[in-house]
Design a protein around this ligand. Structure first.
Ligand SMILES: C[S@@+](CC[C@H](N)C(=O)[O-])C[C@H]1O[C@@H](n2cnc3c(N)ncnc32)[C@H](O)[C@@H]1O
Length: 366
């Protein structure tokens, strides 16, 4: 846990984590498989990027025609404005271009756009990207980038970890479609959770087992186990994609056993052999410590770990709220009236549990 907090703290300060091509490809393929026309005729904005070498820019530029895009816009944040001060050197790509400006190179952001066949080779791809310096530093909060946001249909990126919530709200206030990377720990916060609960945002296909690998200029600052010297990548746990684009996994019904079968056959020692599921001390609900142990035939309220959201199918389950919502007084019916102590979390035999999400079956699945 201490390690995880340290990782997060470092990540929150630094922000320079670059997404791998195959992670982007795997995630975006899930939306394309569900709806081959999901990007057709759309303008995609990739903010908080570094278009000269970003894998997001590369991926969407390479797939511009296949996806039927109308326009691709990618912007970067000026080196001088970043939290992390590097020994900045412009690339040869930039210095060899006639518009290279040594005053602007580290102070201004850049914009790359792709909309037409500039080279005249009959294809629209990476070679047709056009670029210029932004007026400002490329801060997503600036009027200049807000205008691009408003022009776009879909916003896709791995935003700065330190500004994740602000970035998400920046998208939501403009009512845009999006696919962005974040950490699962953000989910139960008061700005983010209502979006999940009200089906305005959900988890994407995701990284394998929630482990995401990023390249970063300061990988070596991380302990072994986080930084792999062979790959030069750092590994963060609980990373996920947040989106409001639909995909197939969210419509797959989770196969579940009845309560009786779970108690008899569950692979979890915490469940198998017990007489019944535990009831919380303070909530009128049962504790279900593993998503695959949700009983198919229980009609009441169930508390599940946050990782349940990786399997959530809105046709199968209803999300009632989180333990934080109980504390806020939003779910008074769930509180056990006999309980006179804290309601900040679920308690079992007076032991405070990890964060829980409170759910119910939408309809019987047996
Ligand atoms: C997590 S990195 C991801 C980079 C790239 N999108 C990728 O996935 O490879 C986030 C980037 O956002 C930049 N950034 C930080 N604050 C920003 C801001 N206020 N506006 C725009 N970009 C910002 C950081 O410098 C960093 O390069």
């Amino acid at each position: 846990m201490a390690n995880k907090s340290l990782q997060l703290a470092k990540a929150e300060k630094n922000d320079e984590f670059y997404t791998q091509y195959h992670d982007i490809e795997k995630e975006i393929t899930a939306y394309i498989e569900y709806n081959p026309d999901v990007f057709r005729g759309k303008t995609i904005l990739l903010p908080c990027d570094d278009p000269e070498w970003s894998n997001f820019t590369k991926f969407f530029a390479q797939n511009f025609e296949r996806f039927g895009l109308k326009k691709l816009i990618s912007t970067s944040y000026a080196a001088d404005s970043k939290n992390y001060k590097s020994d900045y050197q412009p690339t040869l790509f930039e210095t060899s271009d006639s518009q290279y400006n040594k005053n602007k190179t580290s102070k201004n952001g850049k914009i790359f756009t792709l909309a037409k066949d500039k080279t005249g080779d009959g294809k629209i791809n990476v070679d047709d990207l056009e670029w210029y310096y932004l007026e400002g530093d490329g801060d997503f909060r600036s009027d200049e980038i807000k205008k691009l946001r408003d022009e776009a249909d879909i916003i896709i990126t791995n935003p700065p970890f330190s500004l994740f919530r602000e970035f998400l709200m920046w998208i939501i206030e403009a009512n845009k479609q999006f696919v962005i990377i974040g950490n699962l720990s953000i989910i139960t916060t008061k700005e983010v959770f209502p979006l999940i609960k009200n089906n305005k945002m959900w988890l994407g296909k995701g990284f394998h087992a929630g482990n995401a690998y990023f390249s970063t200029p300061f990988a070596k600052e991380y302990a072994e186990g986080v930084y792999n010297p062979k790959t030069g990548l750092v590994k963060f746990r609980n990373c996920c994609w947040f989106t409001n684009l639909d995909h197939g996994r969210r419509h797959q019904f989770l196969p579940l056993m009845t309560m009786a079968d779970n108690l008899k056959y569950s692979k979890h020692k915490e469940i198998k052999g017990k007489k019944s599921y535990d009831h919380y001390d303070n909530y009128k609900a049962i504790e279900v410590p593993f998503t695959d142990a949700i009983p198919s035939d229980y009609d009441g309220v169930m508390g599940v770990p946050v990782s349940f959201l990786n399997k959530h199918n809105p046709d199968q389950f209803e999300i009632l709220g989180s333990d934080y919502n109980v504390k806020e007084g939003l779910l008074p019916k769930i509180v056990n009236p006999k309980w006179k102590d804290k309601i900040d979390r679920g308690y079992l035999n007076n032991k405070r549990l990890y964060t829980r999400i409170l759910i119910k079956h939408k309809k019987k699945t047996i």
